[in-house]
Design a protein around this ligand. Structure first.
Ligand code: C5P
Length: 243
């Protein structure tokens, strides 16, 4: 026989309120000329799994993706970008808020959490050539390309985040723990997810989630889908939904 008390208890357990999440994924491309660019290795899998995990929980998700070969998860709004500067503009619009009602915007209120999983290029060529960069026959054996620093997206929006949740990633070769911890402060992030190059393109990953409060959670050899679910959970336990 059904237990009415049990039913009553179940109905009192309210699901968490949906949040507005901004997720970045994939590499950026910095054009040298119409057919060449500088980029990073990144499949985009981790960011796409975070977007999927959040959408499955009922969150509204804007996924800002560099050039990747990944299917958009159901219910996720995807904005495709190419360069770091394009990505910065899209993150500001989605996370910090904008008057725009366009596809990649939550309106003036912006997002209430940012997961910055993209592998953003640190440098871009100072000049973009309008025609192909040609090697001259019998010319020099050495050429150089002048580079300028790209904006740090996480640090830029992190400074203006207020109480909203910001999670960054750090891909370090070797242990990298100290460097990842330094990024927590430098980029005003609440958490940095430390991983290494074995994660590139893989389905499984090992991460350490470092909190600005000194916390550290290790997740060893799990699928990116499982790690994504754990990361999305951070956002329910650490930030109040913005109005
Ligand atoms: O300094 P590093 O590139 O290791 O920092 C990684 C974190 O910072 C990632 O979350 C990445 O998305 C973000 N980042 C950024 N803008 C950059 C470089 C990295 O937002 N120009």
């Amino acid at each position: 026989m059904p237990n009415p008390e049990g039913r009553g208890r179940a109905s009192r357990t309210k699901p968490p309120a949906p949040r507005r999440l901004v997720v970045t994924a994939g590499p950026t491309r910095e054009r040298i000329d119409p057919v060449r660019y500088l980029s990073n290795d990144s499949s985009g899998k981790m960011g796409f799994e975070i977007a999927r995990a959040a959408a499955e929980r009922g969150d509204q998700v804007i996924l800002i993706a560099g050039p990747v070969d990944q299917k958009t998860p159901p219910g996720v709004i995807r904005v495709d970008v190419e360069s770091a500067r394009d990505m910065l503009g899209a993150v500001k619009t989605a996370f910090l808020g904008s008057e725009s009602r366009a596809k990649g915007s939550f309106g003036k209120k912006g997002g209430d959490a940012l997961f910055m999983a993209a592998a953003v290029g640190d440098w871009r060529p100072k000049r973009r050539l309008s025609g192909k960069w040609r090697a001259k026959d019998g010319g020099d054996e050495v050429a150089s390309l002048e580079l300028v620093k790209n904006p740090d997206i996480l640090a830029t929006v992190g400074r203006r985040k207020g109480s909203r949740l910001v999670v960054g990633f750090a891909l370090e070769t070797g242990s990298g723990l100290k460097r990842a911890m330094a990024k927590l402060n430098r980029k005003s992030a609440d958490f940095i997810v430390l991983n290494n190059e074995t994660a590139l393109g893989a389905n499984r990953t090992t991460v350490a989630i470092l909190g600005k409060d000194g916390s550290r959670v290790n997740i060893t050899n799990k699928t990116k889908r499982d790690v994504a679910r754990a990361l999305v959970q951070l956002h329910y336990s650490n930030s109040a939904p913005a109005e």
